[in-house]
Design a protein around this ligand. Structure first.
Ligand code: ACO
Length: 427
């Protein structure tokens, strides 16, 4: 096969190199397109555009494959913990025991958040959406850690990375505690990373914290499954904001805002709200299936479909099993779950959904587990952000180390041609 692609336009031929990824993915390298032809490409939603070369995550939507740094998501979810996966994503290899211990101890050294940050949190109304609070608090962290912005060296990058891995869970816990009216607190350095997250979120002021291994394991798995997903909307946002050298924390804050939307990370909240609405409306799943298929009705079945997985979402398979285990172990019977199961069964057998390859995605099940763990619906996307943190960091670090240029797409202008200015009194 030729390693060149030919473009013919206006009687001229232009050649472009074809590059091949390690999994044989092919891409036409059009870096010289505008200079040689005067044209740009147009691709709204970037469905056909590779924004970078990346060695972090491989996914094949047709075959339902997801791998971090070459390791399958199935293996990682079963055999590794979240901190190991974070190290793997960021630095490229699974850590040995010493590397993992050093990484964890460096994180613990940074696990305090300036007390002044509490005043910022205090200023938010209790009704504020936790994703807005988290994004603002992450951005506010820049003011308290100015040395984390200009990170030219790898060691300066490392310092910002351990700082945010340490402080972000505190912000997540504070966001929840504010919502619940609980006093703000710090974690416990004697605990594992995820165990500490659990404690920070759920510790009651008047009760000893008791370790809940089922909840911690479920949380660990959910965080691993969400840890990276190559160039999705929020990750692309982190990379593009980072490409202006705005610094890690500001880039992450932008990524959190991108994740907030219901077509992306906000889907897990939207799924639960949809299930609750169906229950409140008498639990008629068939009615909502019909609404989802009606082109005149804007309703979509939240938690179904995926931009890249067009067969099944491998994370959904793992998480479905985990949801069954958690609910079984905790002895939870939930009418919402029955509605979810009903919708899943109907959609998997329905021609509209089968023809369009619309399968339940990871967020169809994650909300169900978070609900069982006692996490309020509005916090679901915050939990997603906590899981995605190492992926965002890894992608930002890769972008900086590869010295990628500032992200600046082109456009095709379709507005008015030049017009004479009309003074106000003559309009
Ligand atoms: N319910 C009903 N119909 C749907 C749904 C759905 N959830 N998703 C897609 N369709 C239909 C579309 O109407 C379209 O139909 P048509 O071909 O007759 O016009 C067809 O399926 C293709 O849909 P697109 O929107 O073109 O698919 P795209 O890949 O752009 O969108 C997306 C993917 C945004 C995830 C979409 O499936 C959706 O909105 N799903 C619900 C929201 C959701 O669960 N998001 C979470 C994504 S996972 C994540 O972020 C971790």
């Amino acid at each position: 096969m030729s390693d060149k692609a030919i473009l013919e336009y206006g009687g001229e031929r232009f050649e472009f190199p074809v590059i091949k990824g390690t999994e044989d993915e092919l891409a036409i390298d059009i870096k010289t397109l505008r200079a040689s032809t005067g044209m740009v490409t147009i691709d709204p939603g970037y469905k056909n555009t590779g924004s970078c070369e990346s060695a972090i995550t491989f996914l094949n939507g047709e075959q339902g494959i997801l791998r971090y740094r070459g390791y399958s998501i199935e293996d990682l979810a079963e055999k590794a913990d979240f901190l190991e996966v974070a190290y793997l994503l960021i630095f490229g290899e699974l850590p040995n025991k010493e590397q993992l211990e050093k990484f964890h101890s460096d994180i613990k050294e940074e696990s305090q958040v300036d007390e002044e940050m509490k005043k910022i949190l205090d200023a938010f109304p209790k009704s504020a959406h936790p994703m807005g609070v988290l994004s603002s608090m992450t951005s506010a962290l820049v003011a308290f850690n100015p040395s984390c912005v200009d990170v030219a060296s790898e060691s300066a990058m490392y310092n910002s990375i351990v700082r945010i891995l340490a402080k972000f869970p505190v912000l997540v816990a504070w966001t929840l505690r504010k919502k619940k009216g609980l006093p703000l607190d710090y974690g416990d350095d004697a605990l594992g990373y995820v165990e500490n997250v659990h404690k920070m979120m759920f510790k009651r002021p008047n009760k000893e914290y008791t370790k809940d291994q089922i909840a911690i394991n479920a949380l660990d798995k959910l965080l691993i499954l969400h840890a990276d997903h190559e160039q999705n909307c929020s990750t692309s946002t982190v990379r593009i904001v980072g490409s202006s050298h705005a610094g890690l924390f500001a880039s992450l804050s932008a990524g959190i805002s991108a994740l907030w939307g219901p077509l992306h990370g906000g889907a897990n909240q939207a799924v639960l709200e949809m299930l609750e609405a169906i229950e409140a409306d008498g639990g008629d799943t068939k009615k909502y299936m019909a609404k989802a298929k009606d082109k005149d009705d804007p309703f979509r079945l939240m938690g179904f479909g995926h931009r890249v997985y067009k067969n099944f979402d491998p994370r959904a398979k793992i998480i479905k099993k985990s949801a069954d285990e958690v609910l079984g172990n905790l002895g939870i019977e939930d009418p919402i779950l029955d509605i979810a199961k009903g919708l899943e069964k109907e959609a998997l057998e329905d021609k509209y959904f089968v023809d369009r390859k619309l399968y339940p995605n990871v967020d169809f099940y994650s909300g169900i587990i978070y609900r069982a763990l006692g996490i309020p619906t509005e916090m679901f996307t915050v939990m997603f952000a906590l899981g995605r943190l190492p992926g965002w960091i890894a992608q930002w670090r890769e972008m900086r180390l590869r010295k990628e240029p500032i992200g600046r797409p082109r456009q095709v202008y379709i507005g008015e041609k030049h017009r004479e200015f009309v003074p106000l009194e003559k309009r």
